[in-house]
Design a protein around this ligand. Structure first.
Ligand code: GLP
Length: 242
């Protein structure tokens, strides 16, 4: 694993954007695995800035997002489809029909998940997967568990994740309890993985995930077994690593 220590959030965002930009420049028809959450927002802003400067072309890129809340429509401003449109897709020249997010409106979980795995398979797998890190070590919405789930699946979100997400919703009742997420197997098959972390609140879980035992109780710890992981973090998030 390569660790890039950034000064602060903005620096982290620029460093992460460097990795994604390099991927798009070197393989214009690449498959980008994308992530939501507050951490990558600055990275997306930086990519949009570079696109506006004429330094990046997304016209041949395919994107597959990690996850989506079950039950939320693309028009719901808390859905991950809405987030991606808002922070990246509508600002660059990626073809809308080459951007994929699990279908939160498909009530049949097995059908939604199988369809998503087929999309990723047809795209030829993921060249570069961007990840954030949940406070409990989740990646995508792969929550702590007794096993690593391999394929796209429907998860019951843990109380800590529901609590962490509550800040984005008008009331606790509106916070989704389930989500569709890419599995650990699909994430691990990505050729390259870029994980972004920021802030003191992530320092302990960064240490547990990358310097503790590899266990499904800390889903991100599986990344220790991947051969090409870049961890970009700011000083606070990396403050507890040995
Ligand atoms: C959500 C997303 C994850 C993300 C996590 C952390 O749970 N499903 O993909 O990594 O939030 O979010 P943040 O970056 O806001 O801490």
């Amino acid at each position: 694993m390569q660790i890039i220590k950034a000064k602060d959030y903005d620096h982290m965002s620029r460093m992460a954007a460097n990795v994604i930009a390099a991927q798009v420049i070197l393989k214009p028809d690449c498959v980008l695995g994308l992530a939501t959450g507050s951490t990558p927002i600055g990275t997306y802003e930086e990519l949009v800035r570079r696109y506006n400067n004429g330094d990046l072309d997304f016209s041949a890129v395919t994107s597959v997002n990690l996850d989506e809340y079950k039950g939320l429509s693309p028009e719901n401003d808390q859905s991950y489809r809405y987030f991606m449109n808002d922070h990246l897709f509508k600002h660059v020249n990626i073809r809308q029909d080459s951007t994929y997010v699990p279908n939160g409106l498909e009530p049949d979980s097995a059908a939604a998940c199988a369809a998503y795995d087929e999309i990723i398979r047809q795209a030829g797998g993921i060249d570069l997967q961007l990840l954030g890190l949940g406070h409990n070590g989740h990646i995508g919405f792969n929550e702590p568990s007794d096993v690593f789930e391999t394929d796209t699946h429907c998860v019951d979100l843990t109380q800590s994740t529901i609590d962490a997400n509550a800040r984005f919703f008008a009331s606790m009742d509106e916070v989704p309890r389930q989500a569709y997420t890419m599995g650990i197997g699909t994430i691990m098959r990505a050729k390259k993985i870029l994980l972004v972390v920021s802030g003191k609140a992530k320092a302990q879980i960064v240490r547990d995930a990358f310097f503790g035992p590899c266990t499904p109780q800390v889903p991100a710890s599986v990344l220790q077994l991947h051969k090409d992981v870049i961890l970009v973090g700011d000083e606070e998030a990396l403050s507890l690593i040995p």
